[in-house]
Design a binder for this molecule. Structure first.
Ligand SMILES: Cc1cc2nc3c(=O)[nH]c(=O)nc-3n(C[C@H](O)[C@H](O)[C@H](O)COP(=O)(O)OP(=O)(O)OC[C@H]3O[C@@H](n4cnc5c(N)ncnc54)[C@H](O)[C@@H]3O)c2cc1C
Ligand code: SF4
Ligand code: SF4
Length: 458
């Protein structure tokens, strides 16, 4: 009898809610549902009597084969392929944007451009990505699209739970070539599933990855909506997470909410979104044990160009890492035909732009693994090992953020289930930790110059 995801992953609070286990289960025993925190998890709709263990083999937090090992099988033998521990395999790196899709997209619109291109040139029959639903209970879901307008309507970022159980079942039912977008853990799950399932292997022709620092729960969107002034955040029918404003820099984007009654609210990153995002409020626990920054198993990965020379441009700019020769070719043709405003950039710059996420998923992860070991918590095998070798202020910051991550979920349940969401009480409950985080920031301001002086004197 092989173990399954419920015992090994869900009960250990390591599920990110991707839905791959439910999509692949031959007996359709697993169903993805919301938990009390507004995160997706699978549950058994009937008792599993086969115990085939397939669900665990496709789970990004259940199968210990890592991104480097899987990446070597997919990309290792391609001519011209390079490898760096931070990025995984890559052929080339680019910076730029698509004039056509930039305005409505998250950053430079390159993800929407490539998806549209793949469909227009009949390289794929279908594109799969999260699509707005106008349903307060489910604002986004993965859908199978076959026209360019729908792909454009799906552009932008979904900082919201989405899952792929249904689309995995549909890919197995409907023949064709598919391109699918995904966060690093989703792409890993798709690669693991494709290793086990011939139809998925043959039909998923392109994987389009997004760099990712963390996912957020449904409750996160309700909280930010309430913070923006929306009276009833249970009645939101639409959210746009990456609004662009010409008076602001690219990283001070805004969220825009539309309620069922037509009322609209807007809030900028600097008006309270950053506090909840950077302190990891309402983030699934699984994200604490993730070491893939650049969606290493995707044929092409897109991210924001978080570099001083690009962030000033409020319209947004992409950085791109290409791994498949076919997508590299599409990009090069797009440049030659001036369809996109894109040029090559060094991979060192790409790494520099994601320095914060790299630290989070490598150095800080080592310490989180150490903390989990101390508490006797089960954690997945990672490419970094557990270590307490990290500065004392950083240790405190990591611990505080872990506390906030957990407490925010409970405080939301206690104070924000009724309408209107009681933002004031929620923030009062979070206040002791926020205060300590600000004190740490101040301390760092003073100790950093002192350390620099000491180094120079040495
Ligand atoms: C949860 C999350 C965290 C992120 N964290 C970072 C980060 O730390 N650093 C960074 O540089 N970039 C991050 N990104 C990526 C960044 O926000 C942009 O998505 C990326 O730069 C592509 O921009 P674009 O303009 O080319 O995309 P667009 O042209 O807007 O197209 C984006 C495509 O991705 C699809 N999509 C949106 N959300 C999701 C999702 N949750 N899962 C799967 N597909 C999705 C859309 O449907 C669309 O097809 C994150 C994205 C998400 C969703
Ligand atoms: S992470 Fe995905 S595959 Fe693993 S248990 Fe959760 S939903 Fe299933
Ligand atoms: S941080 Fe990792 S586990 Fe969390 S959503 Fe992003 S890729 Fe998945």
């Amino acid at each position: 009898m092989k173990p399954n995801v419920i015992d090994e992953v869900v009960k250990n609070n390591l599920c990110v809610g991707c839905g791959t286990c439910a999509g692949i289960c031959p007996q359709k025993i697993l169903r993805i549902q919301d938990n009390e925190y507004g995160e997706y998890i699978p549950s058994e709709v009937q008792v599993c009597d086969s115990h085939c263990g397939l669900c665990l083999e496709v789970c990004p937090f259940g199968n210990n084969e890592n991104e480097t090992q899987i990446g070597a099988k997919i990309y290792g033998s391609i001519e011209g392929m390079k490898y760096l521990p931070e990025t995984g395999y890559y052929l080339d790196s680019y910076v730029g944007y698509s004039n056509e899709f930039r305005q409505s997209s998250a950053s430079g619109g390159m993800a929407t451009w490539i998806l549209t291109k793949l469909l227009k040139e009949n390289i794929v029959d279908y594109v799969i990505c999260p699509t707005p639903q106008k349903n307060p209970e489910k604002l986004f879901s993965f859908e199978i699209l076959s026209d360019e307008n729908s792909i454009k309507a799906a552009s932008g970022s979904a900082y919201y739970p989405v899952e792929i159980s249904e689309v995995i079942q549909k890919i197995q039912e409907i023949p064709g070539r598919y391109a699918i977008t995904g966060l690093p853990c989703f792409i890993k799950a798709l690669r693991l599933a494709a290793q086990k399932n011939r139809k998925l292997r043959e039909r998923i022709a392109f994987t389009i990855g997004l760099v990712c620092g963390q996912m957020k729960s449904k409750n996160y969107t309700k909280y930010i909506a309430a913070l923006s002034g929306s009276i009833n955040s249970n009645e939101i029918i639409s959210v746009h997470y990456r609004g662009k404003s010409s008076e602001k820099t690219a990283n001070d984007y805004y969220y825009q909410f539309i309620n069922e009654d037509g009322s609209q609210h807007k809030i900028f990153w600097s008006e309270g979104v950053s506090e909840a995002w950077l302190n990891r409020w309402l983030t699934p626990n699984a994200c604490n044990y993730c070491d893939d920054v650049f969606a290493e198993l995707a044929d092409i990965t897109f991210m924001d160009a978080w570099l001083p020379e690009y962030s000033k441009d409020s319209m947004g700019t992409n950085l791109v890492l290409a791994r498949s020769p076919e997508v590299l070719n599409i990009i090069q043709k797009g440049i030659e035909k001036a369809e996109i405003n894109v040029s090559k950039i060094s991979v060192a710059k790409v790494i520099q732009s994601q320095a914060g996420v790299i630290e989070l998923k490598r150095k800080q992860l080592s310490y989180r693994l150490y903390l989990a070991e101390q508490k006797g918590q089960k954690v997945p095998e990672k490419r970094v090992s557990a270590s307490k070798e990290i500065g004392i202020l950083k240790k405190r910051e990591i611990k505080l953020k872990e506390i906030m991550q957990e407490e925010s979920k409970q405080h939301f349940l206690d104070n924000c289930q009724n309408q209107p969401v009681d933002v004031k009480t929620f923030r009062t409950r979070m206040n002791p930790c926020i205060r300590q985080i600000y004190q740490l920031k101040l301390l760092r301001k003073f100790t950093f110059p002192m350390q620099a002086v000491k180094k120079i004197l040495k």
